[in-house]
Write a protein that binds this ligand. Structure first.
Ligand code: NAP
Length: 244
């Protein structure tokens, strides 16, 4: 039985990815940081509905020591990790000139250094198996840049660069690395936007609707599946046509 580790699985897109991969028959390593209750509830939902095993691990993905400990626990329980979804992330809406060094560091360490931290810990297991699939969740703002989201856009652009470079480096080990760039997906991350702002944003979406967490999770499930076995180093937009 294969195992998938999903970071930031306690809410939003991460929760949907955990459910989608459990549905595909993966044992799930469910990472969370602050939302313990949500993570434990999700673990129950998965074990009650799918014939898979779940390990719930609290770890701040920006902290290499906590991440190494999480991956060690996962290896002890499941022996290997076949799929990694680097999903955990935070947003920051702020003028660049008002962004403090601490805020910059928090966004970059949670969104980009975390991808280094977790991937660095998991990759040796995949290389040993000569098999593995990694999906990094970036953002369309990593492709186009967003005004008042410079730190966020820079961190997400970094994730795209990391994906492309690492895909080339580990392809000979039969490890695939892809990236999903969601558009506007209705989760807690969008809760700071007011109703009138959301109306204006929706007008910019060619398909005319906001994305769902399932839209992203279905794409992740496809990318890690056998059907995508010849796809690596790709940046897949899930944005209703907002970025083409
Ligand atoms: P969300 O609902 O705010 O959930 C964020 C998740 O990340 C939570 O499970 C949270 O866990 C986890 N997280 C945050 N900091 C963490 C840390 N230091 N260590 C471990 N986990 C941490 O956000 P979302 O919309 O699902 O976003 C998921 C990913 O998609 C992010 O990378 C985001 O940038 C990206 N994305 C989202 C959108 C969108 O429109 N929603 C668009 C493009 C890209 P705890 O609550 O347990 O701390």
């Amino acid at each position: 039985m294969k195992t998938a580790l999903i970071t930031g699985a306690s809410r939003g897109i991460g929760t949907a990815c955990a459910i989608a991969l459990a549905k595909c028959g993966y044992n799930i390593v469910l990472n969370y940081n602050k939302s313990e209750e949500e993570a434990l509830t999700l673990a129950k939902i998965i074990t009650n509905n799918y014939s898979v095993d779940v390990l719930c691990v609290k770890a701040d993905v920006s902290d290499k020591v906590q991440v190494d400990d999480m991956v060690k626990k996962a290896e002890e329980k499941f022996s290997t990790i076949d799929v990694l979804v680097n999903n955990a992330g935070v947003s920051l809406q702020k003028l660049f000139t008002d962004t403090t060094p601490q805020q910059w560091d928090e966004v970059v360490s949670t969104n980009l250094t975390s991808v280094y931290n977790v991937t660095h810990a998991v990759l040796p297991l995949m290389i040993k198996e000569h098999s593995g699939s990694i999906v990094n969740i970036s953002s369309m703002w990593g492709e186009t840049g967003a005004s008042c989201e410079v730190a966020y856009s820079a961190s997400k652009a970094g994730v795209i660069g990391l994906t492309k470079a690492l895909a080339k480096e580990v392809a000979p080990s039969n490890v695939r690395v892809n990236c999903v760039t969601p558009g506007v997906i209705m989760t807690d991350m969008m809760s700071s936007f007011k109703e009138d702002e959301l109306v204006l944003i929706k007008e910019e979406i060619p398909l005319g609707v906001f994305g769902t967490v399932k839209n992203v999770a279905d794409t992740v499930a496809f990318l890690v599946s056998e059907k995508a076995s010849y796809i690596t180093g790709q940046i897949v937009g899930v944005n209703g046509g907002m970025v083409i």
